[in-house]
Design a protein around this ligand. Structure first.
Ligand code: ADP
Length: 274
C-alpha cells in the first residue's frame, strides 16, 4: 500500500467561536500532486497552515508520514515539509542566495554555520527554479514571478519530501503560471515529491492534479480525480455561477469555461461527459 504523506482525521479549526474547518477527513498519498480549491474564504489557507503545523486543529488528528504531527519538533517538521505562503514580506535587504540559504536551517549544526554542501544544495535549488542568474540580486528588486521562484527555491533548499504552496500562481502572468506548475510536476516526477497546493485556478488544477479537494465554508464538498470533482453540478453549487465543462483539446482532463451573463441562454448548461 502507498504510504500516506498526510492523513487528516476529523480536523476542525475555529477562529474564536467561528468554525473555519469542519470535521475534515482525507489523505494525501506520498508522491501525489494534490490541489485544494474552493471559493474565497472557504478555509483553504487555514487548512494549509494546519497541515504544516503553523496552526493547531481544535479537534482531530493529522499524521505526517504516518506519525502524529503534534509529536514532531519544529525542526523535524521542517525536515519533512516546506511551506510557501502566499504573501512573504520582502522588505528585508537580503540577496536571493542569502534568502535561499535560509532554507537550510533545519539541517545546520548547533552553530548554525553553512558548509560547502549547504551552498551546493542552495545553488541546485536556484538552478532548478531558474533563478540562478539572480543569486546576488536583492529580493526587493525582483518581479513577482522571479520572487515566487526564489521562495520555491528556498523551500526546496530544505530538501522536503512534501511541499505545500498557497496560491503560488496568483498574480503571475500566464507564462509564469505555467512555469511554476511545470516545476511542480517535474518535482513530482523526477524526485517523487508530494505536492499540496491551494489554487484558485480550476483549469490549472484540472490539468496538473492527480486529485482535487474542493472545500466550501470549511467543509469537504468533493474529493477525487479532476473528472470526479470538476463536474458541472458540483462546481455550480460550490461557486454559484454558470459554466461549461467539456474535455480539454490538450489531453484527458476536463476544461471549464465560465459563462458570462450575456451568453446565458435557455440551454446554457455544462457537464458534457468525458
Ligand atoms: P481561503 O484561503 O479559502 O480564502 P482562509 O483560510 O484565508 O480562506 O479564511 C477562512 C475564513 O477564516 C475566512 O472567513 C477568514 O475571514 C477567516 N480568517 C482568516 N484568518 C483569520 C484570523 N486571523 N482571524 C479571524 N478570522 C480569520
Amino acid at each position: 500500500m502507498t504510504q500516506a504523506a498526510l492523513q487528516v482525521k476529523g480536523v476542525s479549526y475555529f477562529y474564536g467561536d467561528r468554525p473555519i474547518l469542519k470535521q475534515l477527513d482525507f489523505g494525501v498519498e506520498d508522491g501525489e500532486f494534490f490541489i485544494i480549491i474552493g471559493p474565497n474564504g472557504s478555509g483553504k489557507t487555514t487548512l494549509l497552515k494546519t497541515l504544516c503545523g503553523i496552526e493547531t486543529a481544535r479537534s482531530g488528528n493529522i499524521d505526517l508520514f504516518d506519525r502524529p504531527l503534534v509529536g514532531y519538533s519544529k525542526t523535524a517538521i521542517a525536515k519533512k515539509l516546506s511551506f510557501v505562503p502566499q504573501i512573504v514580506p520582502v522588505d528585508f535587504p537580503f540577496t536571493v542566495l542569502q534568502t535561499v540559504l535560509m532554507g537550510r536551517y533545519p539541517h545546520l549544526g548547533v552553530l548554525g554555520v553553512e558548509k560547502d554542501h549547504d551552498l551546493e544544495i542552495a545553488m541546485q535549488a536556484l538552478t532548478f527554479s531558474g533563478v540562478e542568474q539572480l543569486a546576488d540580486r536583492r529580493l526587493n528588486e525582483l518581479s513577482g514571478g522571479e520572487r515566487q521562484r526564489v521562495f520555491i527555491a528556498r523551500a526546496l533548499c530544505q530538501e522536503p519530501k512534501l511541499l505545500l504552496l498557497d496560491e503560488p500562481t496568483a498574480s503571475l502572468d500566464l507564462s509564469h503560471q505555467l512555469r511554476i506548475m511545470d516545476l511542480m510536476e517535474q518535482l513530482k516526477q523526477q524526485q517523487g515529491m508530494t505536492i499540496v497546493m491551494v489554487s484558485h485556478d480550476i483549469n490549472l488544477a484540472a490539468m496538473y492534479a492527480d486529485r482535487i479537494l474542493l472545500i466550501k465554508e470549511g467543509a469537504l464538498v468533493s474529493l477525487g480525480t479532476p473528472w470526479e470533482v470538476l463536474t458541472y453540478d458540483t462546481l455550480e453549487s460550490a461557486y454559484d455561477c454558470t459554466l461549461l465543462v467539456d474535455k480539454s483539446p490538450l489531453g484527458p482532463f476536463p476544461r471549464i469555461t465560465l459563462v458570462p451573463r450575456k451568453c446565458l441562454g435557455p440551454n446554457t448548461r455544462g457537464g458534457v461527459a468525458p
